[in-house]
Design a protein. Structure first.
Length: 249
């Protein structure tokens, strides 16, 4: 479908939220419907924030892998789980995506006029997105993917986590991810540690909870990550990056 002439603020589709969901929609449309005029709106300066997203090999059907494969940073053919009375190694593949890959591919495959960063969507309604600076973007359709929204009317629990990418002084010795190490002390609900070995001396370690409340103390979690690393015999040279989140479940 050929491009059509449009006013500078008129699009076929406006996507409010440049995280994983919004970014994947934009990438899919750039390939499948290149004639559409779309705009992806993100409050931060980069798309995707500072996150590591992961999925099991069995989560995505082979015919759909074209969308996520270019985003993958590391993949493994198996993973481990540990509980107080037993451990298992499972042969299902596991893949991890760094958010910087999402930002890079969006800038590669979408034109600059389709990408708007540093502008928070203040109001989203049918056919219109109003930005924090008062500017308005009109579109034939609007997709709001800025998060879960107001969940106050729902009875939910929370998955909350703090993760750090650690640079170690010596190799950690892990051959595959540890998706769940529940041998750690149980605090504030169901707690486990999650480990992704990105290289011999770089490992992402996340302190995770399934709890009744969303309260999250980052400093305390960082201390527990350091304690876990020390218990494994890992000497931390530096913390390369950090992330945290609270997800209603």
């Amino acid at each position: 479908m050929p491009k059509h002439t449009r006013p500078s603020n008129q699009y076929d589709l406006a996507i409010a939220g440049g995280g994983l969901a919004g970014g994947l929609v934009a990438l899919a449309l750039a390939k499948l419907r290149p004639g559409l005029d779309i705009i992806l709106i993100e409050a931060e300066e980069h798309f995707g924030g500072n996150h590591i997203w992961s999925f099991f090999e069995s989560d995505v059907e082979p015919e759909h892998r074209w969308l996520v494969d270019p985003l993958i940073s590391r993949q493994w053919d198996s993973y481990d789980v540990h509980f107080p009375k037993y451990s298992r190694s499972l042969s299902n593949g596991y893949c991890s995506i760094e958010s910087k890959n999402l930002d890079r591919l969006l800038r590669k495959y979408l034109p600059p006029e389709a990408l708007k960063t540093g502008q928070k969507a203040k109001r989203v309604e049918k056919g219109l997105v109003q930005l924090a600076d008062g500017a308005e973007i009109a579109a034939q359709a609007v997709l709001d993917v800025r998060g879960s929204g107001d969940v106050s009317a729902l009875d939910v629990g929370w998955q909350k986590f703090c993760g750090q990418m650690l640079k170690l002084k010596k190799p950690h010795g892990l051959e595959r991810p540890v998706i769940m190490d529940a041998t750690v002390e149980q605090i504030d609900g169901y707690r486990f540690i999650y480990c992704l070995p990105f290289s011999d001396t770089e490992i992402f370690v996340e302190d995770t909870y399934y709890a009744d409340t969303s309260a999250l103390d980052s400093a305390t979690s960082h201390g527990r990550i350091a304690e876990y690393a020390a218990a494994q015999g890992w000497a931390i040279e530096s913390v390369v990056s950090e992330e945290k989140g609270q997800l209603p479940v």
